[in-house]
Design a protein around this ligand. Structure first.
Ligand SMILES: Nc1ncnc2c1ncn2[C@@H]1O[C@H](COP(=O)(O)OP(=O)(O)OP(=O)(O)O)[C@@H](O)[C@H]1O
Ligand SMILES: [Mg+2]
Length: 361
């Protein structure tokens, strides 16, 4: 039922184009996240779906019905606002019971449903407290419980976990996905946290400057990003400038600036093309012979050690070694680095320069 379709929607605020040319279909029961840097238009997009702001162009369809002129209260949506926005004159229980009461659910549900969700967010013992008496994180949990208790089949969550501690955020991510899947809800979850997007979603839509860069499953977005911007924003990566030397059936050979030849996946580039090779830190390993580099910094990260090197071709590269590894690294050490040919992805070298192409704005 609540499949959502956006057809060419866009929004201008005076001269600011907050959103443009957005075409997107969200399937009934899908858990979709909208990911992107601050200011890229995520809140604007979700507000247009909710009916809080009218698009400047294009249309929003929910369950096949054009929502033009339909106010938020008639769209049957559970909404978590980025600024939380609880009813200040109602206590926590009152806030969470609001949906069930206005929906005229039966008396038992009005009693039981709000308590169930307050328990889920571990706030049952604070149900009589008013928003002004709750911490920011507690208010956010009440807001989430309110959206879940509303009985709506479509949830719009704008940074629903941003005010919570890392540990609680991880637990609630898991719960959120489990419950919404159990109830068969359609969820559009906005976040700028790529790890959060990766762990809860069926599909991630990556946005930049008001537009969609690409949409895919978390695995595909991480393993095979179609754009340089995605490779850099979703997970960490090393970007090396090079020129295609040879295309073979099982790999592409790329010459770096100092003449070293390294391997990447097979590609449709041609010999001589200017490219950027993207290689994730966890794919890079020290070896007896490979890309030559000098260790510049060593950072203890807990389960692994992050080593940053400068290569002879003047690229900066990060790689990770396990804390349990025997070898010691010191600043100034020379290392040779390799990776499997399947680990390197190639992109056309952007005419505006790499930094411009991956800039978050
Ligand atoms: N009511 C408004 N009037 C004018 N400009 C606006 C308005 N709302 C948003 N904008 C602008 O539109 C752009 C997108 O804003 P939006 O709030 O959608 O970003 P966001 O992706 O949600 O960012 P964040 O991650 O920081 O919440 C920004 O440049 C913002 O300043
Ligand atoms: Mg926002």
């Amino acid at each position: 039922m609540p499949e959502v379709e956006l057809r060419g929607i866009g929004k201008r605020f005076g001269k600011v184009v907050a959103s443009r040319n957005i075409d997107l279909k969200i399937a009934d029961g899908e858990y979709l996240t909208i990911l992107g840097p601050s200011g890229c238009g995520k809140t604007t997009l979700i507000r247009m779906i909710a009916g809080i702001i009218e698009p400047s162009e294009g249309s929003v369809l929910i369950g096949g019905r054009d929502m033009k002129g339909v106010p938020i209260e008639e769209r049957d949506i559970g909404y978590v606002f980025q600024n939380i926005a609880l009813f200040p004159h109602l206590n926590a229980l009152g806030n969470v019971s609001y949906g069930p009461i206005v929906k005229d659910m039966d008396v038992r549900d009005i009693e039981e449903v709000p308590r169930r969700y307050l328990e889920l967010v571990k706030l049952l013992d604070r149900m009589n407290m008013f928003p002004g008496e709750l911490s920011g994180g507690e208010q956010q949990k009440v807001s989430l419980a309110r959206a879940l208790a509303s009985g709506a089949k479509l949830l719009l969550l704008d940074e629903p976990l941003s005010a919570l501690d890392a540990r609680v955020r991880m637990d609630l991510r898991y719960e959120l996905r489990r419950i919404t899947k159990d109830l068969g809800l359609t969820v559009i979850h906005v976040t700028h946290d790529q790890e959060e997007a990766m762990t809860v979603s069926d599909r991630i839509v990556l946005m930049r400057n008001g537009q969609i860069v690409e949409a895919n499953t978390p695995e595909q977005l991480y393993l095979a990003p179609k754009h340089l911007f995605t490779a850099n924003f979703v997970g960490e990566t090393n970007l090396l400038e090079g020129t295609v030397r040879e295309i073979l059936e099982d790999r592409t050979l790329v010459e770096l600036r100092d003449g070293t030849v390294v391997e990447a996946r097979p590609s449709s580039f041609r010999r001589g093309d200017a490219v950027i090779l993207s290689i994730r830190p966890e794919r890079v390993h020290p070896a007896s012979q490979g890309m030559r580099a000098v260790v510049r910094s060593i950072t203890f990260m807990g389960t692994y050690i992050r080593i940053t090197v400068d290569t002879d071709s003047e690229d900066r590269v990060n790689f990770d070694v396990s804390t349990s590894e025997d070898r010691d690294y010191n600043i100034g050490d020379r290392v040779d680095l390799i990776w499997s040919k399947r680990s390197g992805t190639l992109y056309p070298r952007p005419p505006e320069g790499v930094q411009e192409a991956i800039k978050l704005e």
